[in-house]
Design a protein around this ligand. Structure first.
Ligand SMILES: Cc1cc2nc3c(=O)[nH]c(=O)nc-3n(C[C@H](O)[C@H](O)[C@H](O)COP(=O)(O)OP(=O)(O)OC[C@H]3O[C@@H](n4cnc5c(N)ncnc54)[C@H](O)[C@@H]3O)c2cc1C
Length: 220
């Protein structure tokens, strides 16, 4: 039986023309979840081969992507952080830069950064019961090349939102707003926001008081 998993649905050189690289575990994503999963895997299963595939050029996920002024955690970092790497900063609620530094320090301290393959975007994966393994289609986002490693276990830690574009809801009164929009992940078009008339979508504070917040639901 073959089962196909599409990355779009869920939210070293890995193979060449003749050689296919097989790993025990492939982790999709080098954010908070992927780094944590890698730590426990290498601690509890040191004999297993483990690699992280990260689509972007850097680790940290959420805490690297969002750069709007004042971006910070809602949770206290004493419980949001890793049990194996306690949060030691005096403030419990931290900004993105501090959280990012904490994640990268943790990854470096435990050798997880060396297991991470950047510019490796998982496009899809196919499961074969006969071979008891996943074949993973990975796009090298720096070269456009595709590689197809196999693995026995595929751990999805890719987060819960799109990284290539922010949420863009319909605007009242028209299908296309004449005003430009901005999102917390792409950052505001500041000149437009400064003069007003800009739509602001999703969580986080508006970049300017003149920005209009997009409605949660489209009008009926
Ligand atoms: C502004 C903001 C504040 C937040 N504050 C809190 C908080 O206080 N407490 C809380 O519990 N949560 C909070 N969250 C939620 C936060 O996103 C999560 O808690 C956590 O950081 C998510 O980590 P993650 O590793 O699961 O996913 P992400 O941080 O999204 O990381 C996923 C990684 O996977 C990579 N990836 C995705 N798809 C692929 C693919 N197909 N192939 C390869 N790589 C891929 C991405 O590039 C990314 O690096 C907040 C979110 C935002 C946006």
């Amino acid at each position: 039986m073959h089962r196909h998993l599409d990355a779009a649905d869920d939210g070293g050189t890995m193979s060449t023309g003749t050689t296919v690289e097989h790993l025990d575990v492939l982790i999709v994503g080098a954010g908070l979840s992927g780094i944590g999963a890698a730590y426990y895997l290498q601690r509890d299963h040191p004999q297993r081969s483990v690699a992280l595939l990260e689509a972007r050029e850097a680790s940290g996920g959420t805490w690297d992507l969002f750069r709007y002024p004042g971006v910070r955690s809602d949770s206290d970092l004493h419980t949001f952080g890793y049990e194996f790497e306690p949060w030691r900063a005096p403030q419990a609620v931290a900004g993105a830069d501090q959280i990012l530094a904490y994640l990268r320090d943790t990854a470096a301290r435990h050798g997880i950064d060396r297991r991470t393959r950047y510019h490796h975007r998982v496009v899809s994966a196919s499961w074969s019961s006969d071979d008891a393994r996943w074949t993973v289609d990975v796009e090298r986002t720096d070269t456009g090349e595709h590689v197809e490693p196999t693995c026995s276990w595929l751990f999805c830690a890719g987060g819960y939102y799109r990284y290539d574009r922010g949420h863009t809801p319909r605007r009242p009164g028209s299908t296309a707003s004449p005003a430009p929009s901005c999102t917390p992940s792409t950052g505001p078009p500041t000149s437009t926001c400064a003069t007003g008339g800009c739509w602001w979508s999703a969580a986080g504070p508006p970049p300017s008081p003149s920005c209009r917040r997009s409605p949660r639901r489209p009008p009926t």
